[in-house]
Design a protein. Structure first.
Length: 86
């Protein structure tokens, strides 16, 4: 991954080696994605879901952890959810 400018952002998933980073392109931002997961796409999907739910506060998020899974959910366990690496 190239050196990030001071204004850039990087996301790294240690479990898969996936990495995304941003860099200014003059008129906005360019996002680069590398590895088996498209992390930036997942961030955008989660942000869209959160905004569609009315941008609620942190207290409406929950987490269910089992021997096999870690899941973060919005509203209730049957609502929108995101699986985390275990």
């Amino acid at each position: 991954m190239p050196a990030l400018p001071e204004t850039g952002l990087a996301l790294v998933d240690a479990a898969t080696g996936s990495q995304d980073w941003t860099e200014p392109d003059g008129e906005g931002w360019t996002v680069h994605q590398d590895g088996p997961l498209r992390l930036w796409d997942q961030v955008e999907d989660a942000l869209d879901t959160w905004q569609e739910a009315g941008s609620p506060g942190q207290t409406v998020f929950g987490m269910t952890v089992t021997e096999w899974d870690q899941v973060v959910w919005l509203g209730d366990p049957d609502g929108p959810c995101w699986r985390l690496p275990s």
